[in-house]
Design a protein around this ligand. Structure first.
Ligand code: ADP
Ligand code: MG
Ligand code: ZN
Length: 482
């Protein structure tokens, strides 16, 4: 058996986060809405209508290109991609072909060990989405098909990578990095369940150590990153078996069947000439005015990789913390708005990634809607760091802040959670505890440090749990030495 290397190129469709469609003013919020409630003569391809490009869609598409380091073309052309399918009312899709609006970019992917590697992007073009066929209503299977045009005309960018990906893990990492960038840049929500991000995977094998690419299969119907990984692993085994037995892989389009965990042939791969592309005479060439392009570039915010570097440099956070805090832009925004001192950044990061994240998950609400302000959380962490409250008390206060939005300082008083850090008071409790536990006291004086536990416990009891534990420990040591 020869050993093979996997070669993968991904084509990702991302829905641009506009309010209206690409060439008409129908809203794009059709997901889950009554079928055909978001349609008009333009997006249903009625005779005599004319498309008008949505400026906001172009802006977001160009921003995607800028965020992915792509060259932006001064002029690009919309083209008709002709094919017949019942979900495509015009019998052509408006896309870009010969002159896409951007080319030649790339992004960095990271593996589990933190090694980075660049995957080049071949091109990005804009296009409209098609409608959707329904073959069932609820649980009832139909012996005919219905069509919903709510999605028809939804603005998309198609991002085509170079075949630079060499494993299913790298494919997963690429998709994760791409999604982060598009979300950070505000280009797309990338919600795969809503069809806002979709991926086709092209995969071929070549004998390890050789240059020449093998024949590829294109896999469609991949509705999660996890399925992309599974489908690529499946294809690797399938193609390796064909090659091992002296056969040839055919170039074709295959569908991933998540239930069976296998790909199956759908059709032989169509070639560009099958689509009879030609420039759409209804749309003007898109001229990217230099000043406008500059403005769009300037609108790209800090991206995840830059932010991770900044969290490490400015706040001294570990790679792991920086990673967790940047997985979602809003979480990192929350941290940065809290503007912690370098010294308390680590505690704040921990609080956000455990307590806060836990609550967000269990209550399933977005961080923008919680009653706690970033500065309030920072002040809560400050109260723990200075020993005013215990970490247990902090959690109690946090729950109360979540419910009431009240200030932590106010809640310390209200809930009576302030720790006692008065040395005189603590010393008095220690003396009382030593007197009440003569055996432990004797052991301690004799150097048996383990005996401290029962004295600490007794002090905590006397103080009703409010003595500052760090102080108690130190003062017990002093008391038995003296
Ligand atoms: P098409 O237009 O037919 O889909 P492209 O040349 O645009 O073909 O390539 C589509 C995708 O396939 C790109 O992401 C590219 O990187 C990838 N690709 C091309 N050749 C190969 C190959 N031999 N093995 C794996 N991926 C490939
Ligand atoms: Mg393609
Ligand atoms: Zn419309």
């Amino acid at each position: 058996m020869a050993s093979y290397e996997m070669v993968v190129g991904l084509e990702v469709h991302a829905q641009l986060a506009t309010e209206s469609k690409l060439f008409c003013s129908c809203p794009t919020d059709g997901f889950g809405a009554t079928p055909n409630s978001r349609i008009c003569p333009v997006c249903t391809g009625q005779p005599g209508v004319l498309p008008v490009l949505n400026r906001r869609a172009a802006e977001l598409a160009f921003r995607a290109a800028a965020a992915l380091g792509c060259r932006i073309a001064p002029v690009s052309i919309f083209a008709r991609k002709n094919y017949f399918y019942p979900d495509l009312p015009k019998a052509y899709q408006i896309s870009q072909y010969e002159l896409p609006f951007s080319e030649h970019g790339g992004l960095e992917i990271r593996d589990k060990e933190g090694h980075t590697q660049r995957v080049r992007i071949h091109r990005i073009h804009m296009e409209e989405d098609a409608g959707k066929l329904l073959h069932a209503v609820g649980a009832e299977k139909l012996d005919y098909s219905l069509v919903d045009f709510n999605r028809a005309g939804t603005p998309l960018v198609e991002i085509v990578s170079e075949p630079d990906i060499r494993s299913s893990d790298e494919a997963y990492a690429y998709l994760t990095a791409l999604k982060e960038i598009l979300q950070y840049a505000g280009v797309s929500g990338c919600n795969m369940e809503k069809g806002e991000m979709r991926c086709d995977a092209n995969v071929s094998l070549r004998p390890a150590g050789t240059e020449k690419f093998g024949t590829r299969a294109e896999i469609k119907n991949l509705n999660s990153f996890h399925n992309v990984k599974l489908a690529l692993d499946y294809e690797f085994a399938r193609q390796a078996e064909i090659l091992d037995s002296g056969g040839r892989v055919v170039q074709e389009t295959r569908l991933w069947d998540a239930e069976r965990g296998a790909t199956a042939s759908m059709r032989s791969k169509e070639e560009a000439h099958d689509y009879r592309y030609f420039p759409d005479p209804d749309l003007l060439p898109l001229h990217a005015d230099a000043a406008w392009v500059e403005r769009v570039k300037a609108s790209v915010p800090e991206l995840p990789a830059q932010r991770r570097a900044r969290l490490a440099a400015e706040f001294g956070l570990s790679d792991y913390d920086a990673e967790v805090l940047t997985a979602e832009r809003a979480l990192g925004d929350f941290f940065l708005e809290a503007n912690p001192e370098r010294g308390s950044a680590k505690t704040l990061a921990n609080f956000i990634t455990t307590e806060l994240q836990g609550k967000l998950n269990s209550e399933n609400i977005p961080i923008e809607e919680i009653p706690i302000k970033p500065l309030q959380l920072c002040s809560l962490v400050g109260l723990t760091n200075t020993g005013i409250i215990s970490s247990k008390g902090a959690k109690e206060i946090f729950s109360e802040m979540w419910k009431t939005g009240k200030d932590p300082k106010e809640l310390v008083q209200e809930l009576g959670l302030a720790q006692v850090s008065d040395e005189g008071q603590i010393k008095a409790w220690i003396q009382e505890a030593l007197a009440a536990n003569p055996k432990a006291a004797e052991d301690l004086r004799g150097g048996k440090e383990r005996a401290a536990g029962s004295i600490v416990g007794a002090v905590m009891k006397l103080s009703k749990g409010k003595a500052n534990p760090a102080l108690v420990n130190r003062l017990i040591k002093e008391a038995v030495k003296a």
